[in-house]
Ligand binder design. Structure first.
Ligand SMILES: [Zn+2]
Length: 103
């Protein structure tokens, strides 16, 4: 039996799965939330965050959410980044529940 992480990532990269941000298909994969609250969601050294905190992004949108793309000193920008990333994680989670990937 596959783990929740395996089911989430397989769903994220399935060919018919669209990017949760722009709707494109073909390059979508799952991206773990990597914002300032990532450690509260299970992220640790060598440990991935919880698989419900994953957004389905295409290659282009994924590039906007690379770890370190907003310097830690820019607190307000980090909060906006975090809120936007979490929003896409929630939308991806809702879609996975509707599809029955997560019950
Ligand atoms: Zn996209």
């Amino acid at each position: 039996m596959r783990t929740l992480e395996e089911r989430v990532m397989a769903d994220a990269r399935s060919p018919d799965n669209s990017c949760i941000r722009c709707g494109s298909t073909g390059t979508t994969c799952g991206r773990h939330y990597n914002g300032p609250r990532q450690h509260l969601y299970g992220k640790g050294r060598g440990i991935k965050g919880h698989p419900v905190v994953v957004a389905d992004f295409c290659k282009e949108c994924d590039a906007l959410f690379q770890e370190g793309c907003v310097p830690k000193a820019e607190f307000e920008k980090r909060l906006i980044y975090s809120e936007e990333f979490q929003h896409y994680c929630i939308l991806s989670l809702m879609r996975r529940i509707w599809k029955g990937v997560i019950q």
